[in-house]
Design a protein around this ligand. Structure first.
Ligand SMILES: *[C@@H]1O[C@H](CO)[C@@H](O)[C@H](O)[C@H]1NC(C)=O
Ligand SMILES: *[C@@H]1O[C@H](CO)[C@@H](O)[C@H](O)[C@H]1NC(C)=O
Ligand SMILES: *[C@@H]1O[C@H](CO)[C@@H](O)[C@H](O)[C@H]1NC(C)=O
Ligand SMILES: *[C@@H]1O[C@H](CO)[C@@H](O)[C@H](O)[C@H]1NC(C)=O
Ligand SMILES: *[C@@H]1O[C@H](CO)[C@@H](O)[C@H](O)[C@H]1NC(C)=O
Ligand SMILES: *[C@@H]1O[C@H](CO)[C@@H](O)[C@H](O)[C@H]1NC(C)=O
Length: 384
């Protein structure tokens, strides 16, 4: 019988309601702050009701424009995209040549090494046949020859005449590169939400695309950028940067809230110089590399034009996360935040029992003490 009775029993806690203005206001105030935290921070700022996904993207680029140079030794020369855009594939990272040191008509032969503490010689005894210096230009022949009227240096086997790269033109040879444009085509995917979009937005038609140019105010959705504008947005001067070269980041931010309609989700462009331009620590500034163009002369001698290329490398960097409502994180995060509400009672109890004037009275009502003697009086306990 006793067992059956406990099966059909329900236990509930006894609640003491305290009518006290101070404790009541403290209780409501803390409750209000917690609700404010859940709505304001957890929901609005953190968007904890969403699941997130990070962007997957691909980028192709196409540079346009022609430049003109008239350098002594090379003559007048028009530069088109095949000359100055390296590599030509149109990758997300592309290089535009702006300044250079050209050494034409190099052939496999022997010539005097560039003068230097370790290469200047008085006689053949100062040179060692067959030795080569990693920082030198070739393999020594063991002869000491005139470099100029006053200086003699060891002779080397190399591509001759040697490149002299000490006098870089002070202004970029291809100054017109500032007016070149680049078309950036970027497609992004958020696989978790099956969301796909291009940076050429659906409301851009082909006649607009043919003549537009990105401008943050008037044409913010045009995917064609003038090189000078991009460098200027990174707070750099194009001609200064073009002289020694550098690296410019084109950042495309695709962060989106996909609870809003799709057309609110678009690319946000920003530009930033990525290489070091710290004026205190500027040993080896800029960006350069060498390449050569090979050909054969009429008498079948292999010849090349060596170019030490200075220019700006543009790196397109795409990033972003998208969020969308999902019931699971909503329950988990809001539930976790609301558990703070149970703390309010603990805080108010402590306040009530230690800080109020009539704490003894409250304590008497809150705690019921059972002594052995009391228990003995209640002989009917549990046998009704
Ligand atoms: C989800 O992304 C939003 C921005 O889109 C961010 O505010 C939030 O903190 C992210 N949530 C998580 C759980 O990473
Ligand atoms: C190139 O410069 C030389 C002088 O340095 C000049 O005679 C020649 O006309 C120039 N060529 C062009 C196409 O401007
Ligand atoms: C120039 O001199 C340095 C040492 O002063 C040496 O290490 C370097 O190899 C020399 N360069 C050439 C081209 O010989
Ligand atoms: C090297 O220079 C010296 C003095 O400047 C000159 O006498 C000599 O003829 C030159 N040698 C060659 C091979 O030109
Ligand atoms: C670039 O174009 C502008 C006008 O379109 C022109 O004024 C400027 O001289 C050009 N820059 C160069 C280096 O040719
Ligand atoms: C293309 O769009 C522009 C505005 O973005 C508009 O002025 C022009 O008429 C459109 N052309 C065509 C062929 O739809």
């Amino acid at each position: 019988m006793a067992c059956l009775r406990c099966w059909v029993e329900y236990e509930t806690a006894k609640t003491i309601v305290i009518r006290n203005k101070v404790v009541g206001s403290v209780f409501r105030l803390i409750q209000f702050l917690i609700i404010l935290y859940v709505i304001g921070y957890v929901c609005v700022v953190q968007k904890s009701y969403q699941v997130n996904d990070s962007v997957i993207s691909t980028v192709t680029t196409k540079v346009k424009g022609t430049g003109f140079t008239n350098i002594s030794g090379l003559g007048a020369h028009v530069w088109d995209v095949a000359d100055y855009n390296i590599p030509p594939e149109g990758e997300s990272s592309f290089f535009v040549l702006t300044n250079m040191i050209i050494t034409p008509n190099q052939m496999q032969s022997s010539c005097p090494e560039l003068p230097n503490q370790s290469t200047i010689c008085m006689s053949d005894c100062d040179c060692t046949e067959g030795s080569s210096d990693v920082r030198g230009n070739g393999i020594q022949t063991g002869l000491c020859v005139n470099y100029s009227e006053t200086v003699k240096t060891c002779e080397v086997l190399s591509w001759c005449p040697l490149e002299i790269d000490t006098d870089l033109p002070e202004n970029p040879l291809l100054a017109g590169a500032e007016n070149f444009t680049v078309l950036i085509k970027n497609t992004v995917t958020y696989p978790k939400f099956n969301f796909h979009k291009r940076n050429i937005l659906p409301d851009v038609n082909s006649s607009y695309l043919k003549q537009c140019e990105f401008n943050r105010i008037t044409d913010p959705h045009c995917p064609i950028f003038r090189l000078k504008d991009m460098v200027a947005e990174a707070e750099e001067d194009f001609q200064t940067m073009a002289t020694r070269g550098g690296v410019l980041g084109i950042l495309i931010d695709w962060s989106c809230d996909l609870d809003f309609p799709e057309h609110y989700c678009g690319p946000k462009y920003s530009f930033r110089r990525m290489d070091n331009k710290n004026p205190e620590n500027n040993v080896a500034p800029g960006y350069n590399f060498r390449f050569a163009k090979y050909y054969k002369t009429t008498d079948d001698v292999e010849t090349r034009t060596l170019i030490k290329a200075y220019g700006i490398r543009f790196d397109v960097i795409v990033f972003g996360t998208a969020g969308k409502f999902n019931i699971v994180p909503t329950i988990v995060n809001v539930g976790a935040a609301l558990t703070f509400l149970s703390l309010v009672n603990a805080v108010c109890d402590w306040f009530l029992l230690t800080c109020t004037k009539r704490k003894e009275l409250y304590q008497k009502h809150k705690f019921e003490y059972l002594d052995e003697s009391n228990l003995n009086d209640e002989t009917t306990y549990g046998t009704q």
